[in-house]
Design a protein around this ligand. Structure first.
Ligand code: BG6
Length: 519
């Protein structure tokens, strides 16, 4: 048996035992198992690995593998149709029921790890993936040490999911606990948006294109708009979400991370720490809100009320399961923020996210300043600004809006679009964010994971907003489910002479753009 799995294939990942805490949970089912199967199928995971599923509930290895099969059949971009491949993959998975507060269980786990090392030819590398509530990160880490799991001769890495704390003090406490057991470079904090193909592409689009790079500053960019809109409500996560809200659930992490990718300076080396240093500089340059009034003026919050989407009646947030019927938690926020450094001085970044909005999309719009108002242009039509739109999901691609002469007219100008749709290209089946991130964690590449100082700066920024909101909820606006959120978020841009550009899938009303395909 041992020989069969013992061959290291050149160029593939170094072998490790993955410990999946929370193996019976939703994240494992929807994202982690499918990601592991895709990596295996694509040859990015050699035979020298094992996965130990860990949860309190008793389960046999057979039951665990059957859960695995169902999850992959339903959620993976590859289906487990090749039975020989499937059987080979599945035998890398074992299950152990574990009480995470009992160190004896961890000693047993350590014994099992030695057996798996021998069986699959694993050189003692350990990847601990905690798909658990954050209050369990500390106890699990201590027991990993107690149980001897950190004594093996290979590397040891801890992968943790958000939320990393609830505010700066709670995040600091969590970090202190973790750092008693793991070094910062061993901690991989997941922000799954950083694993998205088009988020990683932002750097390339910016720095590898001669017609964007020189314009990427306040001399040429009028504003930046980041939209993360969702059609879903809180589903069955009311208990968690009601304590979190959109600001902590999406703002502190995904939105600020995307903003840093757009605003950061080019790193001097392609090294994880250099890239993360540049991102931290952006977070440090975020203009802090000066007072509660400043927050209320620049940050709009809303909560969805009853409404409808595509003809389907939808309940309001307060009617959702496990949500306080008098809740003042925001399910939407929009903010105007500034990055006070030399490159971005004076350029507003408008960010918004919300649940129960009309379309699911993540998009970044870079709106350029207009060309001079010259008589040549103003004779027949006014110029529309150039836009660069980065579509992150579900559609992936970039879209550029430029001005051109309307054919057959006497110098009449119209906006036209050039589009690259990555997700429409046959043969491009982009990896899911979790595939990329698990692969990076195994390789020891922490570029697309958040470092502690990034987390801390992001909390400092968000805590100011949360503190102002705690004083009064009078600014919370209700919006009908299926609408674009509170009207006041339009005013946020309107008072600066801008508006939210329609996102993909939004009814573009009277915005007439001609695309190269004539649509
Ligand atoms: C998660 C949030 O981090 O991101 C969820 O907790 C949200 O509330 C999800 O729905 C959105 O992720 P994606 O990849 O579907 O845009």
């Amino acid at each position: 048996m041992t020989e069969q799995f013992n061959q290291q294939q050149p160029g593939l990942t170094a072998g490790a035992v993955f410990y999946l805490f929370g193996a019976t949970g939703d994240l494992a089912k929807r994202k982690l198992f499918p990601a592991l199967f895709s990596l295996y199928k694509e040859g990015k995971l050699a035979e020298d690995f094992a996965v130990v599923g860990l949860a309190r509930r008793p389960r046999t290895n057979e039951q665990f593998r059957s859960d695995l099969y169902e999850s992959i059949s339903e959620f993976c971009r590859y289906k487990p149709t090749d039975s020989e491949l499937w059987n080979r993959f599945a035998q890398h998975f074992v299950y152990m029921s574990l009480d995470i507060h009992n160190p004896d269980g961890f000693r047993e786990l350590n014994k099992l790890s030695g057996e798996l090392d021998a069986k699959f030819g694993i050189p003692g590398n350990r990847l601990f993936y905690l798909a658990l509530a954050p209050e369990l990160f500390g106890p699990v880490s201590f027991n990993l040490r107690e149980g001897g799991l950190l004594e093996s001769k290979g590397w040891h890495r801890l992968v943790i999911e958000k939320p990393f704390g609830y505010d700066l003090p709670s995040a600091q406490l969590l970090n202190e606990q973790l750092s008693q057991v793991f070094r910062e470079e061993e901690i991989y904090r997941i922000d799954h948006y950083l694993g998205k193909e088009m988020v990683q592409n932002i750097e390339v689009i910016r720095f590898a294109n001669a017609f964007f790079e020189p314009l990427w500053n306040n001399k040429h960019i009028a504003n930046v708009q980041i939209t993360l809109s969702e059609t879903v409500g809180v589903e069955d996560r009311g208990g968690y979400y009601d304590k979190s809200g959109a600001l902590r659930d999406m703002g502190q992490n995904h939105m600020l991370q995307m903003l840093t990718m757009i605003a950061m300076e080019p790193p001097s080396r392609q090294h994880p720490e250099d890239i993360r240093d540049e991102k931290v500089k952006v977070l440090r340059s975020l203009r802090q809100f000066a007072s509660s009034d400043d927050v209320r003026k620049n940050v709009i919050r809303g909560q969805y009320a009853e409404g409808s989407l595509r003809g389907k009646a939808l309940p309001g947030y307060r009617q959702e399961d496990s949500v306080n019927p008098e809740s003042t938690t925001e399910t939407y926020f929009a903010a105007k923020v500034f990055v006070d450094n030399f490159r971005w001085a004076g350029v507003p970044f408008y960010i918004r996210t919300g649940k129960r909005l009309p379309v699911k999309t993540t998009e970044v719009v870079i709106e350029f300043k207009n060309a001079p108002d010259h008589v040549l242009f103003s004779r027949k039509s006014s110029l529309s600004p150039n836009l660069l739109v980065i579509r992150v999901n579900p559609m992936e691609g970039i879209y550029i809006k430029i001005n051109a002469k309307r054919p057959g007219s006497d110098s009449e100008i119209q906006p036209v679009a050039m589009e690259f749709c990555q997700s429409c290209q046959i043969g491009i089946n982009t990896p899911e964010a979790y595939e990329t991130l698990i692969h990076d964690a195994v390789q020891g590449d922490s570029t697309y994971f958040t470092r502690w100082d990034e987390v801390a700066h992001a909390w400092t920024f968000v805590d100011k907003i949360a503190a102002a909101w705690r004083e009064t909820s009078s600014d919370l606006q209700l919006y009908p489910a299926g609408s674009w959120g509170p009207k006041k978020s339009d005013t946020l841009l309107g008072e600066d002479g801008f508006f939210w550009w329609p996102v993909n899938g939004q009814d573009e009303d009277n915005v007439v753009w001609v695309t190269n395909s004539g649509k």
